[in-house]
Design a binder for this molecule. Structure first.
Ligand SMILES: Nc1ncnc2c1ncn2[C@@H]1O[C@H](COP(=O)(O)OP(=O)(O)O)[C@@H](O)[C@H]1O
Ligand SMILES: Cc1ncc(C[n+]2csc(CCOP(=O)(O)OP(=O)(O)O)c2C)c(N)n1
Ligand SMILES: [Mg+2]
Ligand SMILES: [Mg+2]
Ligand SMILES: [Mg+2]
Length: 327
């Protein structure tokens, strides 16, 4: 990297898609026309050695996944992702071609949602590569799909199978992305490397105008369900035999499947709750859009926390999942 300003020019899009964008990259801040919708803003960071290594993700995948993780938080608010900003801290060992690939990975996913890159920041570092993405989105005024919205008797649902990403990560840590993978293994690896956020499901839930509690699964289903339980002061029971799993994960021992599904993380599916009366309509709308909402549990009164019902026994599900500061 020779020149920070020249570098910013190389990653500046030549045009933009959102007509509300007044000024994108190139001034002190981005300027966006206001509207009657509520604005959503979120930020998530990926750090080399923590969220990826050069043997688990290619530079393209690093970019793609960093943006996907953020779009997923917009999806968890029922929103439409519109703009993103990128902060990148670059160690000397990363070459310009690799950095361009990171931006290509983000651009490829942004293209799918008609999102525009509108700004960011570039610094050098002697530490690992750090990529922070901020996403701006919108949702219909007054729609609040908050973690604190769960009520006793609600059904608990998830928007797709979980566990594949953690399975893929364990294969990548063993063999790296240059290793050879069977067809089944390659499916798990892909879920880890190129997850797709569930914006469509979030939008259907938002448009239902029903009370919905919603969270995206970045740290593992047990941890995310616990966040809903705590925010809503309710108890959540998950039914072990209802948890949706891909065909690929079923090739592995059941203990491994459980670990990956409940505590793995980085699935970027949505977990939520709503009243059993309202749920079928939303489930049908999702099915029409090719999205499968599965009922996996029930909300009850009681000490905030999550229980796992295995049919023959019920156990308390710890908050264990990905936690940056626990051993
Ligand atoms: N360093 C920080 N400064 C300010 N807010 C933060 C910081 N870290 C996390 N948050 C906020 O805490 C909340 C939970 O963050 P996090 O657990 O990372 O959410 P998620 O798992 O959905 O990405 C979010 O509102 C987030 O914006
Ligand atoms: C090399 C490597 N080791 C471990 C992991 C597993 N991992 C790292 S961060 C994380 C959880 C998600 O990241 P976080 O920063 O907690 O995202 P947020 O919940 O804020 O969206 C997981 C499961 C990984 N992806 N890569
Ligand atoms: Mg976060
Ligand atoms: Mg989240
Ligand atoms: Mg997140």
């Amino acid at each position: 990297m020779k020149d920070e300003f020249e570098w910013i020019k190389t990653i500046s899009p030549a045009s933009h898609k959102q007509s509300s964008l007044i000024q994108g990259i190139g001034d002190d801040a981005a300027l966006i026309k206001g509207s009657a919708l509520d604005q959503i803003v979120c930020l998530d960071t990926m750090v080399e050695g923590v969220h990826f290594t050069q043997s688990t993700l290619t530079p393209f995948q690093v970019g793609h996944k960093a943006l996907a993780a953020n779009i997923s938080d917009i999806a968890a608010m029922g929103g439409i992702p519109l703009f993103y900003l990128v902060s990148i801290s670059i160690p000397p060992s990363w070459e310009e071609g690799e950095l361009s690939q990171i931006y290509k990975g983000m651009a490829a996913l942004a293209e799918e949602y008609d999102m525009d890159l509108i700004g960011g920041d570039t610094v050098s570092t002697k530490g690992p590569l750090v990529l922070s993405v901020t996403v701006l989105g919108q949702v219909e005024q007054g729609r609040k799909l908050l973690r604190s919205n769960a009520e006793p008797d609600d059904v608990v649902f998830v928007s797709g199978p979980v566990g594949d990403s953690a399975g893929g990560l364990s294969l990548l840590l063993e063999r790296s992305h240059q290793g050879e993978f069977s067809t089944v293994e390659a499916l798990l690896v892909k879920e880890h490397q190129l997850p797709l956020p569930h914006v469509g499901a979030g939008r259907i839930l938002a448009k239902s105008n029903r009370r919905v509690a919603l969270n995206d699964i970045s740290d593992g289903m047990a941890s995310e369900a616990n966040e809903i339980a705590e925010a809503s002061s309710v108890s959540i029971t998950l039914f072990h035999d209802k948890l949706p799993k891909s065909a690929a994960i079923q090739h592995y021992p059941s203990k491994m499947q459980d670990e990956w599904m409940l505590f793995g993380g980085e699935d970027y599916k949505l977990i939520g709750t709503m009243s059993p009366d309202a749920f079928p309509e939303v489930q049908a709308a999702c099915e029409k859009a090719g999205i499968c909402l599965t009922v996996i549990g029930r909300v009850t009164k009681g000490t905030p926390g999550v229980l796992l019902d295995r049919g023959t026994s019920i156990e308390k599900l710890s908050k264990a999942g990905y936690n940056h500061f626990s051993d």
